[in-house]
Write a protein that binds this ligand. Structure first.
Ligand code: CO
Length: 134
């Protein structure tokens, strides 16, 4: 069911510092920051040959990643995103296996303009999993 690794998301306390590390120290192809007010985040993409790293920083009040940063003040890995062909079929299969889908269980339009769902970390080896329909 799961396909390519679309991205790994890392929450960071300072986007400029994190961009510098990925651009200058690691020599990565790093984008400019993009703010997504409806998602409560500012993102920087690091384009790797086979996938992406998304550096995330909270934006505005009530950002969904504010608490994560509070608990992990130096930042840390937040989620992995796997591609699926059919997100509703994937959801139905996962729910039939007893996995918990976060929120109301319906896909939302994610940061890349495509339908996404998040899966409960306790059901997936302690890691928050995002599924994105491509
Ligand atoms: Co993501």
């Amino acid at each position: 069911m799961i396909g390519k690794l679309n991205h790994v998301a890392i929450v960071v306390p300072d986007l400029a510092a994190a961009s510098k590390v990925y651009r200058d120290t690691l020599g990565g192809d790093v984008s400019e920051p993009h703010t997504l007010p409806e998602h409560g985040v500012t993102t920087v993409f690091v384009n790797l040959p086979n996938t992406k790293i998304e550096l995330l920083h909270p934006y505005g009040d009530g950002s969904p990643i504010a608490k994560f940063l509070e608990n992990n003040p130096s930042g840390g890995m937040h989620h992995v995103c796997y591609e699926v062909d059919d997100i509703l079929a994937a959801r139905d299969k996962l729910q039939s296996e007893g996995a918990r889908v976060l929120g109301d269980g319906n896909p939302k339009i994610g940061a890349h303009g495509k339908p996404v769902l998040f899966l409960h970390p306790k059901d997936f080896c302690g890691t928050l999993v995002e599924l994105e329909q491509v």
